[in-house]
Write a protein that binds this ligand. Sequence first.
Ligand code: HEC
Ligand code: HEC
Length: 493
Amino acid sequence: MRTHTFIRSVAALAGLVCCASCAGSSDSTPAATAPKGTGTTTGTTTGTTPAAGPVTLATHNPSQAATVGTVFSYDATRGNTTFKDVAGKGLTYTVTLVPAANGLVAAAGKLSGTPATTGLVSVTITATDGAGATATDAFDVIAFAAGLATPTLDPSLKYSDADGNVPAHFRAAGGPPGGGGGLGGANAFDNTPASNPVTNAGAALGRVLFYDKRLSANDAQACASCHVQSRGFADTARLSGGFKGGFTGRHSMSLANARYYARGRFFWDERAVTLEDQVLRPIQDTVEMGMTLDLLEKKLALTAYYPALFTAAFGTSTITRERIALAVAQFVRSLVSGGAKFDQALTATGGTATVFTPQEQQGFALFGPNCARCHTTVALSADDIHNTGLDATITDVGAGGGTFKVPSLRNVAVRGRYMHDGRFTSLDQVVAFYDSGVQPNPGLDPRLVGGRGGQPQRLNLTAAERAALVAFLATLTDQTFLNDIRFASPFPR
Ligand code: HEC
Ligand code: HEC
């Protein structure tokens, strides 16, 4: 006779957590264990006690994918072949589900039920023979949301520098970082590490990851939810909504030309020391995507199209957090915006005035001395962190003393909200701020100090000059980039 115990109590399972957490690794085959005399096994024998024969794990159960709202069934004994009953006494099975059953039940080592929500259930199955000898196996059932799509990829799409992803005028050396920059070439500002150059297959994988909702705990949120291509990979909302409806602490940042920041640090407050470090953080952020990296690796390994994409990018199908970070960083670094009217003007043989309208040309002339000291190179990225005097009293210290990094001004006109807290709703407001709104505070950047007594600058621009600056900023809108299929979602809508 076989009996089965199905236990829901997490407390009773404390001793099984180790097994459950090792479930993903191939070298974690649990050894047969002697009965401890306590616990959850319920096999009973009558008559003479047979000699204790060992039970061994014959083949490890692979992790299983399930779908929320769809009936799931899986025989963890695989027709009594998972374990080898050496003594031939007959096996009984005990199944535990941690941290919660999520709609599943177990009977005779078989799982069935309908997952109620996304997430991971660690399954531990213990086989006990008639003499009380046991062996265990552990694996995961991961419930994915219903209706998730599969990407369609065009292998002819190219991302690498060698394939012309970076325009020639970007590749000029330019001034040295920190040297005031101007609007020269951007090469010296490139933070691409030698260990992670942009490759076609790596960035293509990164693109899929960037748009894949499976990167969030409830399969509802992708990176692209808050970094929208048509908005220059930023978000028009002041604060972005997270996977469960919470809000980010700061305004989303544009990702165009993120590669051209010589300090190589990321976030408004530079708390990520590299882009490879940055890209794993939103995934684990409890507001943004709410995942663990363990779960991420397991989910991707269970998603049919990933092993081939990892093989193309890295030579083997192994899915690790390090490779995920490398690929997403490659995709973000491939987001080079250099095809705007501004670029046509800069590269025009007859000079900028042959491309710009007179108003744009006037704005360009104002931008150079007043703005390009900080918004620098043809990439229009930042040279450094700065305290720009948004407030006289600092409420967010940012990278220290009210200093913030700024994303590239590329495509700034399509973003809708500006500054780390998204306080401004138009470029008119931004320009009016630099003209007359800079607040005195102890850390104010010297470049925004206007003269006597350390008072903030007052540019005293006319209305026409302010409008000219705004018109110039609009020439940074790069429709080619905003519509580039290489950077668009590979998933059907
Ligand atoms: C819920 C919205 C949200 C999601 C999802 C999200 N981000 Fe962000 N992202 C933000 C916000 C907000 C910031 C700025 C946060 C800060 O600096 O405190 C940011 C900043 C960044 C930066 C820094 C840019 C720079 O120049 O310093 C990068 C890079 C980035 N995100 C990439 C990603 C990637 C890759 C993903 C997916 C793995 C992702 N983001 C998912 C909202 C989001
Ligand atoms: C001292 C360096 C410095 C100078 C000079 C400067 N900026 Fe900025 N700019 C920054 C920093 C730093 C930020 C981000 C500030 C924040 O969010 O707290 C920023 C933000 C911006 C933003 C918003 C970007 C976004 O993604 O939200 C725009 C637009 C902008 N600046 C335009 C200009 C213009 C136009 C000028 C010239 C009139 C100018 N800046 C001069 C450093 C500077």
